[in-house]
Write a protein that binds this ligand. Structure first.
Ligand code: PLP
Length: 396
C-alpha cells in the first residue's frame, strides 16, 4: 500500500449530479443579474418584485402572532383560517367555490404550487405546453417533474396571446397539461372572457389540464380579470394558482396557494407533506390579514402601478422603442429591434454605459428575442431617471 506522505495527492471524490439536473440551463435572468451585483448607482428595472413594503397591518398581525408564541408547524394543508379566508374571498369576488377542507392547499409561494402541480399530474414523457415568452421557471420545472416541456411561440402579431389557431398546431396525443399565465410575466398580456372561452373549448376537447398561474390576477388596469376556473365546464380540469407575493407586496413571506379538484389537491399535498411539511406559520398569519384587510393598500399600490405604466409606455413609444400597452402585471416589453442591437447586446450595453438594468427578452423564451422586459415595480423617481438614461443611450 502506498503511504500518503506530505505532498502526495489524494484523489478528490465528486458527488455526481443527476442527468436531469445537468440538463437544466441556468436562468437567463440570474446570469444577467450576476453582472449587476457589485455595481454602484444601478437603477434596476430587472427584478419582478414590488418596491413597496408589505402593508403594515399585515406585518403587525405576524409580529403579534410571534409575540403570542405562535411559532409552530401548522397543518400540512395550511391553517384552516387562511384556507377559509381564501375560499370566501374567491367566492365573493369571482363566484368560484373551492372547499377549504379539501380543495385548497397553502404552499411556499406560487413557486412551490407550480412544482407540486407538475409533479402530481405528470408521468415520464407527458408533454406540457408552455406559451412563451413566459416566466422562467415553467420549462425547467416541467422537465424536472419528468415531463417534456414544449414551447408554444406567441408573437407581437397577436399581442403575445395564445390563440386557438396557434394552440391547435401543438395538440398531440401526449399533451397532458398547459401552463397558462395571465396577466403574463414578462409581457403583461391578459385575456378577455371571449378569448379564454375559445381556448377553453380546445382544452376541454383534448382533456388538457390547465395549470393557471394567476399571480398577477388583481393587477389588471383596464378590464376586470377573469379567473380561468370561472369559465363554463373547466373547473375540474383546472389547477388555479395564486399567492401574496405580487399583489400584496409580500414576496419574502413565501405564501401561495393552489385550488383544484379534491384528488389533485390530495396528490399535491402528499408531495408537500414529505418535502415541505407546511408553509411558514408567520407568513400564513400575515396572509389571513392580507386577504381580509388589505383592499385599500392593494388599491393604492395598483393606482401607482397604473401611473407608472402610463408613463413608461408613453416615453418608450416617444423614443421610438415600440411598446404596446400591457393589460396587467407590472412589466412592459418593448421592442428594441430598431436600435439594430440584439436584446442581449442592448441590455448589456445599457448596463455598462448607463447603469440601468433590464432583462433581455430572450431570457423568457425564443419569442422574446428583440424585446426587453422592464419592471415598473420601482418608484416614479427611479423610472424617470432610468428613462433619461435610456434616452441618452439610444441617442448615442
Ligand atoms: C408568473 C409568475 N409565477 C410565479 C412566480 C413565483 O411567485 P412566488 O413568489 O409566489 O413564488 C412569479 C415570480 O416572479 C411569477 O412572475
Amino acid at each position: 500500500m502506498k503511504s500518503l506522505g506530505l505532498g502526495s495527492r489524494t484523489k478528490i471524490m465528486k458527488i455526481n449530479i443527476s442527468k436531469k439536473v445537468k440538463k437544466v440551463p441556468p436562468s437567463g435572468i440570474r446570469a444577467f443579474f450576476d453582472l449587476v451585483l457589485g455595481m454602484d448607482d444601478v437603477i434596476s428595472l430587472g427584478v419582478g418584485e414590488p418596491d413597496f413594503v408589505s402593508p403594515w397591518n399585515v406585518c403587525e398581525a405576524a409580529i403579534h402572532s410571534i409575540e403570542n408564541g405562535l411559532t409552530s408547524y401548522t397543518s400540512n394543508k395550511g391553517m384552516i383560517e387562511l384556507r377559509q379566508a381564501i375560499s370566501e374571498d374567491l367566492r365573493e369576488r369571482y363566484k368560484i367555490t373551492y372547499h377549504p377542507d379539501s380543495e385548497i392547499l397553502i404552499t411556499v409561494g406560487v413557486s412551490e404550487a407550480l412544482d407540486l402541480a407538475l409533479r402530481a399530474i405528470l408521468d415520464p414523457g407527458d408533454t406540457v405546453l408552455i406559451p412563451e415568452p413566459c416566466y422562467v421557471s415553467y420549462h425547467p420545472l416541467s422537465e424536472l417533474a419528468g415531463g417534456k416541456a414544449v414551447y408554444v411561440p406567441t408573437t407581437l402579431k397577436t399581442n403575445f396571446k395564445l390563440t386557438p389557431q396557434i394552440l391547435k398546431k401543438h395538440i398531440g396525443p401526449k399533451v397532458r397539461a398547459i401552463i397558462f399565465n395571465y396577466p403574463s410575466n414578462p409581457t403583461g398580456t391578459s385575456y378577455s372572457k371571449k378569448e379564454l372561452l375559445a381556448l377553453s373549448k380546445i382544452f376541454l376537447k383534448h382533456k388538457i389540464a390547465v395549470i393557471s398561474d394567476e399571480i398577477y390576477g388583481e393587477l389588471t388596469y383596464d378590464n376586470p380579470h377573469v379567473p380561468f376556473p370561472t369559465l363554463p365546464g373547466v373547473k375540474d380540469l383546472t389547477i388555479y394558482l395564486n399567492g401574496f407575493s405580487k399583489v400584496h407586496a409580500m414576496t419574502g413571506w413565501r405564501i401561495g396557494y393552489a385550488c383544484g379538484p379534491r384528488h389533485v389537491i390530495e396528490a399535491m399535498e402528499k408531495i408537500h407533506q414529505y418535502s415541505i411539511m407546511c408553509a411558514p406559520i408567520a407568513g400564513q398569519i400575515a396572509g389571513i390579514e392580507a386577504v381580509k384587510n388589505s383592499a385599500n393598500a392593494v388599491r393604492d399600490m395598483k393606482r401607482e402601478y397604473f401611473l407608472r405604466r402610463e408613463f413608461l409606455v408613453s416615453r418608450l413609444n416617444h423614443l421610438g422603442l415600440d411598446c404596446r400597452k400591457p393589460e396587467g402585471a407590472f412589466y412592459v416589453f418593448p421592442s428594441i429591434k430598431k436600435t439594430g442591437l440584439t436584446d442581449l447586446e442592448f441590455s448589456r450595453r445599457l448596463l455598462e454605459k448607463e447603469n440601468v438594468a433590464v432583462v433581455p427578452g430572450s431570457a423568457f423564451g425564443p419569442s422574446g428575442k428583440g424585446h426587453i422586459r422592464m419592471a415598473y415595480a420601482s418608484s416614479m423617481i427611479k423610472l424617470k431617471e432610468a428613462m433619461l438614461r435610456i434616452e441618452r443611450f439610444c441617442r448615442k
